[in-house]
Design a protein around this ligand. Structure first.
Ligand code: UD1
Length: 312
């Protein structure tokens, strides 16, 4: 049994990873400042984990969190493109400086491997599809700059200080417990919220922009493999499904699954929005044995089921 630290463990991806590890009989510690994460995401697992409440930029909290830890899943972030456009400094402090502070702590504590949640947004304005890790990065938002900065810090800590790191570039993750209650929430959680509250969803632009939507269980499996596959050390990997759908198609799927009769309202395109996104996952298939078993439709069905369990 190994001790894993999950930063941002009260958030959407973090709280999924907590359960994923507990199901595999691992010891779990969470570091969270509850800025975007929620206590209720950990409610029924609280007695099975250690919780350190604190910020990545608080060296004492980080030292307490990494003590005795073998593996770190670094999910803590302020995860929003539009929020970063409004407040770049806040995004940088949480996503870049916070990650650097964690790397410092992990290095000092002798952590074996740190897996970092990076983002497909680093490809930004580069028009080539699919996205390959060796491609030039062209961030279009402060969020993407901060995510890329921390990725570089991970690389440097790997090369310079011998702290093993792996960066996973997540492509539009969705699933249970993704917070729908903020104007910055991911589109799937926004659409679910619309369905549940029976209010028209908003589509920014013409809805023909595309994304490689990735169900959170695929992401959890990639993280686990990133800890344990020796070939992954020092690597950067796209984590997606290698399929893309438009926002209009996404809405059509969700409408079908839920039986909703709503129609979307179209508004202006969003600043900093990337037109198209699609992952090439050959590297993850090779080094992480990554196989995204749950496709977008099945993932959407499971997510809807979580919010509206079938009545028996
Ligand atoms: C981006 C990143 C992703 C990152 C995430 C963090 C890219 C390609 N992806 O996702 O890696 O983890 O930010 O937040 O840069 N939309 C609507 N209606 C809504 C909400 C969104 O039409 O109610 C549209 C957006 O304009 C966008 C698409 O849906 O075109 C997806 O938006 P969102 O879910 O916020 O994610 P990204 O910004 O693509």
């Amino acid at each position: 049994m190994s001790l894993y630290l999950i930063t941002g463990g009260a958030g959407f991806v973090g709280s999924y990873l907590v359960r994923f590890l507990l199901e595999r009989d691992q010891s779990v510690r969470v570091l969270d400042n509850f800025s975007t994460g929620k206590r209720e995401n950990l409610e029924e697992v609280l007695s099975s984990i250690e919780l350190v409440e604190g910020d990545l930029n608080d060296a004492e909290a980080v030292a307490a969190a990494v003590d005795g830890v073998e593996f770190v899943f670094h999910e803590a972030a302020i995860p929003s493109v539009p929020r970063s456009v409004e407040n770049p400094v806040e995004s940088h402090e949480a996503n870049a400086t916070g990650s650097l502070a964690l790397l410092e702590g992990a290095k000092a504590a002798g952590v074996r491997r740190l897996v970092y949640a990076s983002s497909s947004s680093v490809y930004g304005a580069n028009p080539d599809l699919p996205k390959v890790e060796s491609m030039r990065t062209e961030p279009m938002s402060p969020y993407a700059v901060a995510k890329l900065t921390a990725e570089h810090y991970c690389g440097v800590y790997h090369r310079l200080y011998g702290l093993e790191t792996v960066a996973l570039r997540y492509f539009n993750v969705f699933g249970p417990r993704q917070d729908p209650n903020s104007p910055y929430s991911g589109v799937v959680s926004q659409f679910i919220d619309s369905i549940l509250s029976d209010t028209a969803p908003t589509i920014h632009g013409d809805g023909e922009q595309t994304r490689d939507f990735t169900f959170v269980d695929n992401v959890a499996r990639a993280n686990y493999a990133a800890c344990h596959e020796s070939a992954a050390g020092g690597g950067v990997y796209n984590i997606g499904c290698q399929t893309r759908i438009s926002i209009n198609e996404l809405w059509r799927h969700m409408k079908e699954i839920s039986g909703s009769g709503l129609s979307p309202t179209y508004t202006e395109g969003r600043a900093g929005d990337v037109p198209h996104s699609l992952a090439d996952i050959s590297a993850a298939r090779r080094d992480l044995k990554f196989d995204p078993k749950i496709g977008v439709r099945e993932g959407l069905e499971q997510t809807m089921e979580y919010y509206t369990p079938a009545k028996t």
